[in-house]
Design a protein around this ligand. Structure first.
Ligand code: SAM
Length: 425
């Protein structure tokens, strides 16, 4: 096993993009936890993928890398994989060009229909069917439920599927913004009583603002996207064999989860209310965090993972807390299955760019950047080009977060990210 060449790993603040505007093109359509900065993706594509034809993001999230691929002329295909249906919807919509005139026409009808329904309901001439998921009244005020139900009903009547999905993304943001959740947290916490009293959102207006903002972005995207780049959004699991051909991919740009969702970012919790409003089966929604990497802890610490750094780190954590060490191991066991799949789908000469966080568990920092390198190198010769260490700008990934599910139980999380660049030899 090769050991890491430390001259290739260094802090480079030019990757911080502290003040960069990250919402250009369709990047601002919908918030998502731990989104990648589009400027990082853009720079990675320019440095390592200017001749690449096929890009893959195996942990696509809200589709930042895919959208960037469609803004570069060289790509013919962009694949994205995710297990979260909300990620699939957002990514699809961000990368599907729609003629601005068509959007405007459908939007005008949609808003007129919503206003008609609202008038009829106010005058008690009509009732509206509302969804019936557990705790809906805990998370939404009655007036908000009625308004959301009106918007959803009218979006469902749109025939063109791309247009319908476009408005569902704005609707999903509205669900979040109009709900009783504290919006600056990714986990589901309800507002306290005094915040709740003041919370009286104009839901239809919130939807209009978001839809109009996204329509403005789409106008610009429609003029600039690369029509030769076909986007494939795969509702698959990167741990298993995917529908991508052997050695098809020549550039991977991705940011995987930082760790299991119980103790890092809970993608399932973040998406739950939106997905329930969008009509997904509650059982499937509750399952998202379990099927994410590391969702099911291992029974013991026995493993065959070929990373010395990981084995040493696991031992240090186990000395403090064997149960937490098993959580960590389950994440890397799943991660290794993904490495196996990425090894299968990449061409010789492909560049692999991972943006990762080295989180701390029980006082032990886990050097994920080095573990990734060792897991790839255990399969073939992968040349390590560089590891750039960047500061995480404010807000993007909260520096304070709750490592348990207890609100207010905060601990310092990561302030830095590692951008690891490998080339398959
Ligand atoms: C850090 S986020 C990606 C954010 C993305 N770069 C963006 O800009 O929005 C990681 C993603 O990995 C997904 N994920 C977790 N386990 C997965 C698996 N087994 N296969 C595919 N995706 C998975 C999560 O659902 C989440 O959307």
């Amino acid at each position: 096993m090769q050991s890491i060449n430390l001259t290739k790993k260094f802090k480079d603040t030019s990757w911080d993009f502290q003040k960069a505007f990250t919402k250009y093109s369709n990047h601002g359509f919908h918030t998502y936890p731990a989104m990648m900065i589009p400027q990082i993706t853009k720079r990675l594509i320019e440095m390592y993928g200017n001749k690449a034809k096929v890009l893959l993001d195996p942990f696509m999230g809200s589709g930042t890398a895919l959208l960037e691929a469609t803004l570069h002329d060289n790509f013919k295909k962009a694949y994205g994989i995710d297990i979260n249906p909300l990620a699939l919807l957002i990514s699809k919509v961000k990368t599907t060009p729609i003629e601005p005139k068509l959007l405007e026409k459908e939007y005008k009808n949609l808003i007129e229909n919503c206003q008609e329904d609202k008038k009829d309901i106010n005058f008690r001439q009509k009732t509206i069917e509302k969804p019936n998921f557990t705790n809906i009244d805990f998370w939404f005020k009655p007036k908000v439920i009625t308004d959301l139900a009106i918007i959803k009903k009218n979006i469902d009547q749109i025939e063109n599927k791309d247009v319908k999905n476009f408005f569902l993304v704005a609707f999903s943001e509205t669900v979040r913004n109009a709900s009783n959740t504290r919006n600056n947290e990714y986990k589901l916490y309800r507002m306290n009583e005094s915040m709740l009293k003041k919370h009286n959102p104009d839901t239809i207006n919130l939807f209009k603002e978001k839809a109009e903002e996204n329509m403005e972005s789409m106008k610009e995207y429609y003029e600039n996207y690369n029509e030769n780049c076909k986007v494939h959004i795969l509702s698959e699991d990167t741990r298993h064999k995917t529908s991508i051909q052997d050695q098809e991919v020549d550039l991977i740009v991705t940011s995987p989860p930082y760790g299991d969702s119980r103790t890092t970012v809970a993608y399932g919790q973040f998406s739950r209310l939106s997905l329930q409003w969008l009509g997904l089966n509650s059982k499937d929604v509750l399952n998202i965090d379990r099927i994410s990497l590391g969702g099911i802890p291992t029974k013991d610490l026995n493993n065959n993972l070929k990373s010395q750094t990981l084995q040493e780190t696991l031992q240090k954590i186990a000395d403090n807390d064997p149960i937490r060490a098993r959580d960590v191991l389950s994440f890397y066991e799943d991660f290794d299955k993904c490495v196996q799949e990425l090894h299968r789908v990449t061409k010789q000469g492909a560049f692999i760019c991972f943006v990762v966080g080295n989180r701390t568990v029980k006082g032990v920092q886990i050097p994920t950047d080095e573990i990734i390198l060792e897991l790839f190198q255990s399969r073939n010769h992968y040349k390590h080009h560089n590891t750039f260490i960047r500061n995480i700008p404010h807000k993007r990934m909260p520096k304070l977060n709750s490592p348990t599910n207890i609100s207010g139980n905060h601990a310092m999380t990561m302030n830095e990210e590692w951008i690891v660049i490998l080339e398959k030899q």
